[in-house]
Structure formats: structure tokens, C-alpha cells
Design a protein around this ligand. Structure first.
Ligand code: HEM
Length: 453
């Protein structure tokens, strides 16, 4: 890329940057663009009056400021019209302010505590072992379909206790609905998103009616919690209920798939770091944080100012729409020494991959647990793992990941090691032994409700 070699070129690059007309090389490598913006135009004006933030300090200040609204009605009205996609994206907690946001977040968080996550971990370990067994037979796979996507489908499906038979369309719906958030939306994307919301709601209508008749465990089942609302609190309306469920099912799917996919690609293209991790599996938790920093699955977040605010020394009026460049902030040299280096042992690593502030990702520890189990089991199992062709990127800007990650596995049964069950997170370890007994109770509950499992 000759354009960003000189200082002048970087300045030009920053001035010309438009999210709705992202340059051809942006998806493959957005980082030179982010670097140019951070250096030359950190509060960059976009066409239409919004701004793009690329520095860590500004992003953090905005995330933590009460003037930063997450309500997207003003933005999505003109973009999505009166449509199922508009109803979904303006009702889910992530794009709402208090009071709806506070109520829904409290309900959800109650089912995503450390104890609940430790209980999920036992099932994830079993699933990962099954997936690895299958991959060993195939020898060459699209790693996204064969492994990375399978783990979140299972975890999120279990979290809302969606019957297995109803899970197949979830991943496609999730991609179609989240594509509605791209800076540029084609009519085909809009139509696919609307269809996905409509079909999703129809599935949920039946599932919720069934769950009302046979409630699950309030402590563990997110759907039962959402239906019953906060004890002694107000209940969600039927529409609110559908859209929180859709959001939960979507939020943990593609994001976690891409964390595991991007992380694997990073290891395969950074052999020294891969060797380091193989030699010292205790580095898995810090390697996962570095994967999140270096190639985060969500690259952009948005806010709208409810009152004037200055960012990076620039005064911005109330109503300004702001795009937070998460991927840009995560490579800011003012926060991360040697930020272009992928360092599996990096510490501290206060990346913004999960956002920050009131809307910080509610499922971050679920995603971490999934990725830690995945890498802790994958690496010892396959001593030789390599790219088997050119990966194909998903060509979206907000979400960063691969559609196809061809991976070749050389599996020697004598060398392949099946590690004994062990928590990947030191802090969760004492919970895990206890969790396996709770997990058995949990799966009995599921079997009783869905005998097909
Ligand atoms: C690597 C995987 C993941 C990434 C990178 C990720 C990223 C994010 C980000 C950046 C936000 C903040 C959005 C904003 O402030 O506008 C968010 C919110 C959220 N995420 Fe995640 N997420 C991941 C996995 C998950 C999982 C597994 C779940 C569910 C189990 C989940 C549930 C949520 C929820 C409910 C919110 C909304 C929180 C709120 O508005 O208060 N996420 N996520």
C-alpha cells in the first residue's frame, strides 16, 4: 500500500476517510487507515454531520459519559423505515437508554454471573472435544463452520433453552439482522433482515408460549427470567420480550464465532506466538485478550450526544452522531506499547473490544470462557495446524471475521493429547468441580422439557 508510506499520504488518507465509501483495501487491512486518523484527524467529520473517533482516550471518555445516548430511533428511522428490522433494533436493550435498558440488563445479568458461567463451561468442554474428534476425521475443514461457529450456537441456544430442532436457522438470522447495522445497507440486505426478524418472532412466539406453561429455573434460564421480569418488578411487553430474546441470541453468535476464527487465523499467521502458546498453555487467557484487542469481532459502536461535549479538544453540539472506532482505539500507541505487535502475553491489556460503561458487553465472560476452552483444547490436540488455502473475509465493516478459514490438520494419534478436564480460568477453578454437579441437574431439566436432546 504505497498511499500510506509518507506523512502527507497519511494526512490525505485521514481527510478522505468515509465509512459509507470504505476504500477497497479497508476490509482486508483497516489499520493503516485507523493509524492515519488517530494521528491526523482523531475526531474526524463524516458526511452527514457525524464524527469518527479513533483514539482510545476519546472513545473511553465517550463510553463513560452520561451525555452519550444509545437510543437509535433518530438514526434508524430514515435508514430502516417502518419495518420489522426497525422495531427490532430500536427495542433491544443495546440501543436503548434507561429505563428500559436498566430493567432488561438487570434481568439478563442475573443469569450471566460467574457461577452460571462455570456451569456452562462443563458442557462447552464436552462439545469442544466432540468437535475436535470430528475435525480429526476430516483433516481439512472450513474452521468457521466446523468449529468456531458451533460453540456459540450451542452456548447461546442453551442459555435460552431453545430446542435443538429449532436452532438451525439461528446463525443465518443473526447474520441477516446484524447486517442491518452496516453503514451502507442494500435493498437485499434490508429485505433479508426483515425476513429474519419476522421468522425469528414466529419461532419465539411458540417458544415463549411453551415456556410460560413450563417455566424453567429462574436463576439459570434467561428466557424464563425475561418472561417473568424482575421479581416484584414490571414485566416486559410481548414485543419487548421478543426483541430482547432476538438480541441475546444474536449478540453471542457471530461475535464469539469471529473471536475464535480471528484468533485461530492470528495464531496461524504468527508462528512464534503460536509456539509460545503451545509451550505455555497458561498464556491462553492473555492470548484471548490479545486476539480481542488485535482483531476484535466488533469494530464500531455508536452514540448520539444529548448535550454538547468536547472530545479530543473539539466541541461537538447536542445531537452529534458519533462512531467509536473500537479497532482503531485498540491499536492506539498512547495506550498500548508496540500496538501493531500481536503479543500473546500482553499485560495490561485494557482493550475496548467489549465496549465500556453502562452498555459494556453483558456476555463478555461467557465469550471469554468459550474462547479459552476452545484454544486450551484445540492446540494440544492438533500439534500441526496450518492454513490450507486463502481465507475469505466477511466483507462487512462493523463485524470483523472470516466466512471461510481453510485449515489443515495433521493428526497423529500418538502425539495428539487429550488434556484432562481443567478450567482455563484460574479464578473459575474452584467453581468448576461444583459446577459439574450443577450441570447435571441443568441437563436433566433440559431433557425433561425437550426429550429430543
Ligand atoms: C467475542 C464476543 C463478543 C464481543 C466482541 C461482544 C461485543 C459487545 C460490545 C462491543 C457491546 C457494546 C455495545 C454498545 O455499547 O453499543 C456488547 C453488548 C452486549 N453483548 Fe456482547 N460481545 C460478545 C459476546 C457476547 C455474548 C456471548 C453475549 C451473551 C451471552 C453478549 C451479550 C451482549 C449484550 C446483552 C449486550 C448489551 C449490553 C447493554 O446494552 O447493556 N455478547 N457486546
Amino acid at each position: 500500500m504505497a498511499v500510506h508510506n509518507s506523512r502527507m499520504d497519511a494526512r490525505e488518507r485521514a481527510r478522505a476517510f468515509e465509512l459509507t465509501r470504505a476504500p477497497a483495501d479497508f476490509i482486508d487491512d483497516p489499520y493503516p487507515w485507523y493509524a492515519a486518523l488517530r494521528e491526523h484527524d482523531p475526531v474526524h467529520a463524516l458526511e452527514g454531520g457525524g464524527v469518527f473517533l479513533s483514539r482510545y482516550e476519546d472513545a473511553l471518555a465517550l463510553y463513560r459519559d452520561a451525555r452519550a445516548s444509545s437510543d437509535k430511533k433518530a438514526e434508524f428511522g430514515p435508514k430502516l423505515g417502518d419495518s420489522p428490522l426497525y422495531e427490532h433494533h430500536t427495542t433491544s436493550l443495546v440501543f436503548n437508554d434507561p429505563p428500559l435498558h436498566t430493567r432488561v440488563r438487570r434481568i439478563i445479568m442475573g443469569a450471566l454471573n460467574q457461577r452460571a458461567i462455570a456451569r456452562m463451561e462443563a458442557d462447552v468442554v464436552k462439545l469442544v472435544e466432540r468437535l475436535l474428534d470430528k475435525m480429526a476425521e476430516a483433516r481439512e475443514v472450513n474452521f468457521i463452520d466446523a468449529f468456531a461457529a458451533q460453540i456459540p450456537i450451542e452456548v447461546i441456544g442453551n442459555l435460552l433453552d431453545v430446542p435443538r430442532a429449532a436452532r438451525a436457522p439461528l446463525r443465518g438470522w443473526s447474520v441477516a439482522i446484524l447486517s442491518g447495522l452496516e453503514p451502507t445497507l442494500t435493498p437485499a440486505m434490508h429485505e433479508a433482515g426483515n425476513r429474519a426478524v419476522t421468522e425469528f418472532v414466529a419461532m419465539l412466539r411458540e417458544l415463549i408460549a411453551e415456556r410460560r406453561k413450563h417455566p424453567g429455573d429462574y436463576d439459570a434460564d434467561v428466557l424464563t427470567r425475561l418472561i417473568q421480569g424482575e421479581q416484584d418488578g414490571e414485566r416486559l411487553s410481548e414485543t419487548e420480550l421478543y426483541h430482547q430474546c432476538i438480541f441475546m441470541l444474536n449478540a453471542g453468535h457471530e461475535t464469539t464465532t469471529n473471536l475464535i476464527g480471528n484468533g485461530t487465523w492470528l495464531l496461524l499467521t504468527h508462528p512464534t506466538e503460536l509456539a509460545r502458546l503451545r509451550a505455555d498453555p497458561a498464556l491462553v487467557p492473555s492470548a484471548v485478550e490479545e486476539m480481542l484487542r488485535y482483531e476484535g469481532p466488533i469494530q464500531l459502536n455508536n452514540r448520539r450526544l444529548t448535550a454538547p461535549m468536547a472530545l479530543g479538544g473539539k466541541p461537538l453540539p447536542a445531537g452529534t452522531s458519533i462512531t467509536i472506532g473500537i479497532g482503531a482505539a485498540n491499536r492506539d500507541p498512547a495506550q498500548f506499547p508496540d500496538p501493531e505487535r500481536f503479543d500473546a502475553a500482553r499485560k495490561p491489556n485494557r482493550h475496548l473490544a467489549f465496549g465500556q460503561g453502562d452498555h459494556a458487553c453483558a456476555g463478555m465472560n461467557v465469550a471469554r470462557m468459550e474462547a479459552r476452552v476452545a484454544f486450551a483444547r484445540l492446540l494440544p490436540r492438533f500439534p500441526k495446524l496450518e492454513l490450507a488455502g486463502t481465507p475469505e473475509r466477511d466483507r462487512r465493516i462493523r463485524f470483523r471475521g472470516f466466512k471461510n478459514l481453510p485449515v489443515r490438520i495433521e493428526f497423529h494419534p500418538k502425539n495428539g493429547v487429550r488434556p484432562r478436564f481443567r478450567s482455563t480460568e484460574a479464578s473459575a477453578a474452584p467453581l468448576v468441580q461444583h459446577a459439574s454437579s450443577i450441570a447435571n441437574l441443568g441437563s436433566r431439566r433440559c431433557h425433561a422439557r425437550h426429550p429430543a436432546r
